[in-house]
Write a protein that binds this ligand. Structure first.
Ligand code: 1HE
Length: 257
């Protein structure tokens, strides 16, 4: 993968993927979306978790608006589907992804962050969906993923009124699972990714692939899918070794945070 606006840095078993277009606030043009897709699709097998970061004062200003003007309806549909394919590889790709958020997390930038599994936001973060006021609609999976974080009512409000959430209100609303001081999001995201990378791979797989699907199933189907997944995950030799280690007093207890 080589793209001037995206970097990939493998640090042991975690990958640092960074948008490197700060002069344009990491706005996502077609090339960058395709580079994101290719990067997540082709992560080395040794990688067990990833961090997604943005260079400069803003995580991501969303769609590169300079590419929007000449598209007709058909091209617009295909463009949206291209984003879906790329962000699908973030959400349901090979490894869990922790987003390190700061500054603007807006429009397609919020759609990208929503495709990640964990979001860590620093105090400078703000969230918005300016699509509503620019006369367009979300197209990067936002209407599917964002209501699952904050609810349909809040997303409707953001798009209809241009409401902007600051970092604190955003965390309370459900955009981010962690809120940290300004400048600390990347380090916290790396710490979490390193921790996630120590999990049994099949547990991470179940959390990425089964949990969100179960959440969309009716209770009866959900219980059945859960039982299948539970059976498969506990059968792995690694699961048995970890449980044995606890019973032999060799594994950490759960302790108060
Ligand atoms: C851009 C973009 C962009 C910045 N496309 N060029 N997203 C938006 O509507 C958000 C638009 N951006 C902003 O509101 C602001 O730029 C920020 C709040 C993110 C940052 O403000 P600031 O003062 O730090 O930067 P700036 O001076 O506004 O921007 C610096 C440069 O980046 C400037 O270009 P320059 O050549 O004049 O230096 C900006 O034009 C450029 N820039 N954002 C193109 N988004 C799958 S559908 C998704 C639909 C959407 O995402 S719509 C929402 C788009």
């Amino acid at each position: 993968m080589t793209h001037p606006d995206l970097s990939l840095d493998i640090q042991g078993d975690i990958a640092i993927v960074r948008l490197t277009r700060p002069a344009k606030r990491n706005a996502l043009n077609d090339g960058l979306i395709l580079a994101l897709r290719d990067t997540f699709q082709n992560l080395p097998d040794t990688v067990r978790a990833a961090v997604l970061d943005g260079e400069g004062p803003h995580f991501c200003a969303g769609l590169d608006l300079s590419e929007l003007s000449e598209r007709d309806a058909g091209a617009g549909v295909r463009h949206s589907r291209m984003w879906h394919a790329a962000l699908e590889l973030v959400q349901h790709g090979p490894v869990p992804v922790v987003a390190a958020l700061h500054g603007a997390v807006v429009g397609g930038g919020l759609e990208l962050a929503s495709a990640c599994h964990i979001r860590v936001a620093d105090a400078s973060t703000f969230y918005a969906l300016p699509e509503g006021t620019r006369g367009i609609f979300v197209g990067g999976g936002g209407s599917v993923r964002i209501p699952r974080l904050i609810g349909v009512a809040r997303m409707t409000d953001m798009m209809m009124t241009g409401r902007v959430y600051n970092a604190e209100d955003g965390e309370r609303a459900g955009f981010a699972q962690y809120l940290v001081p300004e400048g600390a999001a990347f380090d916290k995201a790396v710490e979490l990714a390193r921790r996630i990378a120590t999990n049994a791979p099949l547990t991470n797989y179940a959390l990425m692939h089964a949990l969100p699907r179960i959440a969309e199933q009716g209770a009866d189907h959900g219980f059945f899918t859960e039982a299948l997944m539970a059976g498969i995950v506990q059968d792995a030799p690694e699961a048995k070794a970890r449980v044995r280690a606890f019973l032999e007093g060799k594994a950490a207890k759960v302790s108060k945070g």
